[in-house]
Structures are given as C-alpha cells and as structure tokens.
Write a protein that binds this ligand. Structure first.
Ligand SMILES: C=C1C[C@]23C[C@H]1CC[C@H]2[C@]1(C)CCC[C@@](C)(C(=O)O)[C@H]1[C@@H]3C(=O)O
Ligand SMILES: O=C(O)CCC(=O)C(=O)O
Ligand SMILES: [Fe+2]
Length: 378
C-alpha cells in the first residue's frame, strides 16, 4: 500500500517549479529527456504489454428513454451480466449531445496546452481532491502516473454557477466560457448517471427509483485527464491499476486508446467507440449492491506517438448518506439473511480515506473496511 504523504520531488532538475516544497510535473521538460525519471517506473508485474481487446458489452439506452419495456429488459440484462462479470460496459443512445461532449473534450485539450504557470493558478491545495495536479508528484513518491489532471466538483443540487465560479476564481475571468462548457457537460452527465441508476435498480430487482433517489441529491467529481507522450511507455502507466472508490464512472475518451480492464485473469484493451460512453461500477456501488456487482479493475497506459485525453465523471452519494444495500439484497427468497459484503460507511469517510491515508488502488474498499473493523475491535 502506498501511504499518502507530501513529497519533494525534483522531477525537472533545470526547470524545477518549486513552491512550498512540491515540484510539479512539467511535460515539456520531462518528455525531452532520453529516459523517464525512476519515480515514474512501475514494478515489472504492473507494466503494460501487448494484449487482446475486451469485447465491451454495449447497452442501448433508447428503450429506457422511450418507455419500451422489451428494450429496457434487454438493457437491464446486458448491464447485469456485465456488472456481475467485471463491472464495465458502454452505453449508446445515451442522449448526451455530441456538441456538449465534443466541447468538453476540446476544452480539456485547450486547458492542458496552457503554460504551466497558468495551470498552476488552479494547483491542488493540500487536503483538497480538487485542482490541477501533475503526476500526483505532491502526494506520492513512487509509481507516479504519467498524467496531468484537473479535478473539480459538481453538486447535483447545484442551481447556480458553482462550476463557472470555480474556473473564473481559480483561473481568471477569461475562463468563464470554459466554465460554461463544463457546467453544461456536468448537467448532461448528471442526467445520464441518474438514468443509469434507474437501469441498475431494474437490473438488481430493487425497482427503477431506488438508486435514482439514492443519488439525486448526490454530488460528482469531474476529472480531466491528459496523458502526454511518453518516451518509455513500456515502463510507465498513465493511471495505475485501481477500482474507482466512487459509485459510478462515466468516461468520455478521445480516439487514442489506452484504457484497459482486468477480467478473466488478464488485462484487456478497450477500443474507443466514438459515439459511446464508457461506464464502470465503483466501490461505493459495489457496496450498495451488497457485492453482487463488481467494482471494475482498470488502468490507463500511455504511448510515445499520441497524447491522450479522457474525462471521468465520478458519481458520489451525498456525503453523509449511509451506504447500505437495499433490504431486497439482504434477504434470500426464503427470507434467509444474506451476509453483508461491506460495513455501513459514508462517502465522506471513504473519500477522506483515499485523500489522506490510502492511495486508491485495487483493494481500497477492502482495506477501508478492514481498517474500520480493526478500529472497532476491542
Ligand atoms: C475519489 C477519487 C480518488 C481518485 C479520483 C476519484 C476516483 C478515482 C480515484 C483514482 C483515479 C484511482 C487511482 C489512483 C488516483 C490517486 C489517481 O491516479 O488519480 C485516484 C484519485 C485520487 O485520489 O486523486
Ligand atoms: O483515462 C482513462 O481511460 C481512465 C482514467 C481513470 O480510470 C480514472 O481517472 O479513474
Ligand atoms: Fe478509474
């Protein structure tokens, strides 16, 4: 397990940008070096290698929006089979306007092309999950991800300009248009996420409204990922192996490719499909399904030819709502109790665990649950 601690890493010897000890990841400097810094080299058994492609299950949402019961049943069965198997599927006919998603991806490209000094105006502050970060160089000392990220929040109850205000307050008034692009995108992602929650409720037999109501006053973490060219892609990873601690992730990616899912005992490549959005189950929804649905184990690799962009919209319940499966998933048909897969917790507690004690990885929720059990044991 990687402990989370502020580190001072001088990744850019000549062009270090240090302030309060942390040095940032300056792609324009690092990628001109013949080799990548040791702190970006991953252990052998984590390193990427040529692999086969995952046959990603496709879930057509048209019926859900049109009230076509037969189509809804097909979509519920397809999502159930995928979630039981690896927690990963893609959706088509999702009603997210192509311009809204295209503008959001373009805006991410514009943001990451900005001078480092401009991006640092939004630099992540200690203790916050939000802001601009390079390689998490301010949090971790090894196995650094070869990526830059911009992360901000979107509250489902938000009526005003929270997202726009974030961009203008951090980056300047000139970034109001970019803030509007992401407000529109987050609104579309919220609507889609609640429709998917309806489908998941149907697929688990707990009813269309259960999970929709659980999340409709929730929140989300919006993350823009930029994966620069890497001169030694066989030694690095863009994002290390992990399960998202959140409930559900909606991923929009460009056509470069790099996402991989671990299933059937091996890593499998996910080919980008232009009109589809990638959906993966996270730890919090795995707990809400009492372990029936798998939190998807995935990672992102990098390459030396094309930079890659992805937008991850992480769906979270209201921070203080107790994460506990519905009673239908706790009773067998003959009313016999089913063991709980995970203890009660709140999203606030799990988020805090990942931001201050534990680097989210392949067993975050299990480690979190074990820690709670040990803390409560005499
Ligand atoms: C709650 C979160 C923590 C991370 C962002 C969201 C959901 C995914 C998590 C993350 C991407 C999992 C891999 C490790 C991580 C440190 C990263 O590479 O960014 C995780 C995020 C984080 O802790 O910032
Ligand atoms: O960029 C990708 O394809 C995956 C990113 C991811 O898994 C994450 O940000 O949690
Ligand atoms: Fe992820």
């Amino acid at each position: 397990m990687d402990s989370v601690s502020p580190v001072t890493l001088d990744l850019n010897k000549e062009e270090g940008h240090c302030s309060n000890g942390a040095v940032v990841f300056d792609t324009s400097f690092l990628r001109r070096q013949a080799k990548i810094p040791e702190s970006f080299v991953w252990p052998r058994n984590d390193r990427p290698h040529p692999l086969e492609e995952l046959e990603v299950p496709v879930v057509d949402l048209r019926g859900l929006f049109e009230g076509d019961e037969a189509s809804i049943s097909r979509a519920a069965e397809a999502s159930r089979a995928a979630c039981v198997r690896h927690g990963f599927f893609q959706v088509i006919n999702h009603k997210v306007d192509a311009k809204v998603s295209g503008d959001a991806l373009d805006a991410a490209g514009d943001f990451f092309k900005l001078p480092l000094s401009t991006k640092l105006r939004a630099r992540r502050q200690p203790g916050s999950a939000w802001g601009y970060v390079g390689a998490h160089a301010d949090r971790f000392a090894s196995k650094l991800p070869w990526k830059e990220t911009l992360t901000f929040g979107y509250d489902y109850g938000e009526r005003g300009d929270g997202v726009v205000d974030y961009f203008t307050s951090k980056l300047g008034e000139g970034f109001e248009p970019m803030g509007r692009v992401y407000r529109r995108y987050c609104e579309a992602m919220k609507d889609l996420s609640l429709s998917i929650m309806e489908l998941l409720g149907i697929s688990l037999g707990v009813g269309r409204e259960y999970y929709r109501q659980f999340f409709e006053d929730g929140s989300s973490i919006m993350r823009c990922n930029s994966y620069p060219l890497c001169q030694e892609p066989e030694l690095a990873l863009g994002t290390g192996p992990h399960c998202d601690p959140t409930a559900l992730t909606i991923l929009l990616q460009d056509q470069v490719g790099g996402l991989q899912v671990f299933t059937e005992g091996k890593w499998q490549a996910v080919r980008p499909v232009r009109s589809a959005l990638v959906i993966n189950i996270g730890d919090t929804f795995m707990a809400l399904s009492n372990g029936r649905y798998k939190s998807c184990l995935h990672r992102a690799v990098v390459n030396s030819e094309r930079e890659r962009l992805s937008l991850a919209f992480f769906v979270c319940p209201r921070g203080d709502r107790v994460v506990r499966p519905p009673r239908e998933l706790l009773l067998l048909l003959e009313e016999e109790a089913v063991p709980r897969a995970f203890p009660d917790f709140t999203w606030t507690e799990l988020l805090e665990f990942t931001q201050t004690h534990y680097r989210a990885d392949t067993t975050t929720l299990q480690s979190f649950a074990r820690r709670r059990f040990l803390a409560s044991s005499p």
